[in-house]
Write a protein of this length. Structure first.
Ligand SMILES: Nc1ncnc2c1ncn2[C@@H]1O[C@H](COP(=O)(O)OP(=O)(O)O)[C@@H](O)[C@H]1O
Ligand SMILES: [Mg+2]
Length: 376
C-alpha cells in the first residue's frame, strides 16, 4: 500500500494519497494546487486523501473562522494551550479550541481541530472504560466535554513504543545526544531513529506551567507528586490503555507510536483518566503496512500526525527561542485539518459531521450549553 507520498523538493504536479476511510487505501493522483507555495513543498508535506470533498471544501472555507478563544458566561475560565476550561465546582466544562500548539506555544489555528479532538477523545474514553474509568460525563457540543472535576496528578504519562521524536522531551532527541537511560528506562546502544522498542515504556514528564520536564518514577515519588501506590496503579493503567490503543490502531492499519495521558482523582478518591486520549494531538500515528520496508530503507515512516508542521517550524526558526514565528502556510494548515478528520473517521468509523459554517462556533456552543442546562 502506498498511501502517502512525500512531495519532492520542487513543486510537482502529482500527489498520492490515502484512499477512502474504512476501505483499503488506494493510490490516487491529484493536481497539486497551482498556488501551493514552494516553501511548503520544500518542507516535503505529505498529502492525505480519502477525506470527502465536502469536508475538504469546508476546511478551506473555515480557515479564517477557527475557534481560537471562548468567553462563555461560566465561572473560573482558565486558558490552556488548546483547551479553555471553566470550573463549575463539581464539574469542569472543557472547550477544545482549534489552537495548534507545539514547542509550548501557539503555531496556528486549524479548522475543525477542536471538534475532531474532542470527539476522538470521547470515543477513546468510552472505549477504554473497561481499563480505567474516565472523568467524562457528556459532550453537549462537538467542541465541549463536561467532566467530573478531578485533582490532577502533576505528571504527564507519556507512553512510547518507538524510538522517535523531535522535541526537547522526545526519546530520540535524548538518545541521539548520548542518553541511554531516560526517565528510569534503559535503552541499548546501536538503536536507530524510529526503531520499535523491545517493549512499551513510560517516560513521564512533570506537568509544568510552561514547559514539560522529563522525570523518573523514583523522582515523582521522592518529590511527593504521587505516592508509590498511585504511581504503580496509574502507570499500569496507562500501559494497558496504550496497549489497547495499539491493538485498536492495528485493526485500522495504524501504528500508535506514542501518546500521553493525564490522570486525576475525583472527590471520592477514585483515579480517573481525564483530558484527551489517543487524539492526533496527544499521539503519533504511523501507517502500519509501509513501516517495515521504509524503515529498513532508511526512510521516515508515513505518518498522520502533526510532526510535519513541527518540522516545518524547526527547519525555519528556533521555535523554542524566537520571539516571532513565521506564519504556517495555508496548505499545511489545511493538510493538518484533513489528517485530523481522516484519523477521527478511521478510528471511530463515523463520518465527521461538518458544522454549519453559517453559525459562528461560539454562538453554537453557547446555544448547546443552554440546551443542556449548563449556561443560562
Ligand atoms: N476532569 C478534569 N478535572 C480537572 N482538570 C482537568 C480535567 N480534564 C482536563 N483538565 C485540565 O484541563 C486543562 C485542559 O487544557 P489544555 O489546553 O489541554 O491544557 P494544557 O495546556 O495543560 O495541555 C489541563 O490543564 C487539564 O489538566
Ligand atoms: Mg493538554
Amino acid at each position: 500500500m502506498q498511501s502517502l507520498s512525500r512531495k519532492p523538493a520542487c513543486a510537482q504536479s502529482q500527489r498520492r494519497g490515502i484512499g477512502a476511510v474504512g476501505r483499503r487505501a488506494v493510490v490516487i493522483r491529484a493536481q497539486a494546487a497551482p498556488s501551493a507555495p514552494s516553501s511548503s513543498s520544500s518542507a516535503g508535506v505529505e498529502s492525505i486523501s480519502g477525506v470527502r470533498a465536502e469536508v475538504v471544501e469546508a476546511i478551506a472555507k473555515a480557515r479564517h473562522n477557527c475557534l481560537t478563544a471562548t468567553n462563555l458566561p461560566l465561572p473560573n475560565r482558565r486558558q490552556g494551550k488548546v483547551r479553555d476550561t471553566y470550573d463549575l465546582g463539581d464539574t469542569v466544562v472543557i472547550v477544545t479550541t482549534d489552537r495548534q500548539s507545539a514547542f509550548d506555544r501557539l503555531l496556528a489555528a486549524v479548522p475543525f481541530k477542536g471538534a475532531v479532538l474532542n470527539q476522538t477523545a470521547a470515543w477513546w474514553l468510552d472505549a477504554t472504560r473497561h481499563i480505567v474509568p474516565s472523568a467524562l460525563l457528556s459532550t453537549p457540543d462537538p467542541n465541549v466535554a463536561v467532566m467530573k472535576k478531578c485533582a490532577v496528578f502533576p505528571v504527564e504519562f507519556v507512553c512510547r513504543g518507538f524510538m522517535t521524536g523531535s522535541t526537547d522531551t522526545s526519546l530520540w532527541t535524548h538518545y541521539k545526544a548520548g542518553a541511554r537511560n531516560y526517565c528510569g528506562n534503559a535503552f541499548p546502544d546501536g538503536m536507530r531513529k524510529n526503531d520499535r522498542l523491545a517493549k512499551n515504556v513510560i517516560t513521564p514528564t512533570t506537568k509544568a506551567e510552561d514547559h514539560d520536564v522529563p522525570i523518573s518514577p523514583a523522582e515523582i515519588v521522592a518529590q511527593g507528586l504521587m505516592t508509590q501506590q498511585e504511581w504503580d496503579t496509574v502507570s499500569a493503567a496507562a500501559l494497558r490503555i496504550f496497549e489497547f490503543g495499539q491493538q485498536e490502531a492495528a485493526k485500522r492499519g495504524l501504528l500508535l507510536v506514542d501518546t500521553k495521558y493525564e490522570f486525576g482523582k475525583d472527590s471520592d478518591g477514585n483515579i480517573r483518566i481525564i483530558d484527551e486520549v489517543h487524539t492526533p494531538d496527544s499521539s503519533r500515528y504511523w501507517l502500519a503496512d509501509t513501516y517495515e520496508a521504509r524503515h529498513a530503507a532508511g526512510q521516515e515512516p508515513q505518518n498522520i500526525d502533526k510532526e510535519f508542521l513541527r518540522l516545518w517550524f524547526r527547519e525555519r526558526c528556533d521555535p523554542y527561542k524566537d520571539a516571532v514565528l513565521p506564519e504556517a502556510p495555508a496548505e499545511l494548515v489545511c493538510e493538518l485539518s484533513k489528517r485530523y478528520v481522516y484519523l477521527y473517521e478511521k478510528i471511530t468509523g463515523q463520518p465527521f459531521a461538518v458544522p454549519d459554517l453559517g453559525v459562528p462556533v461560539n454562538d453554537r456552543i453557547l446555544a448547546n450549553l443552554r440546551k443542556a442546562g449548563i449556561c443560562k
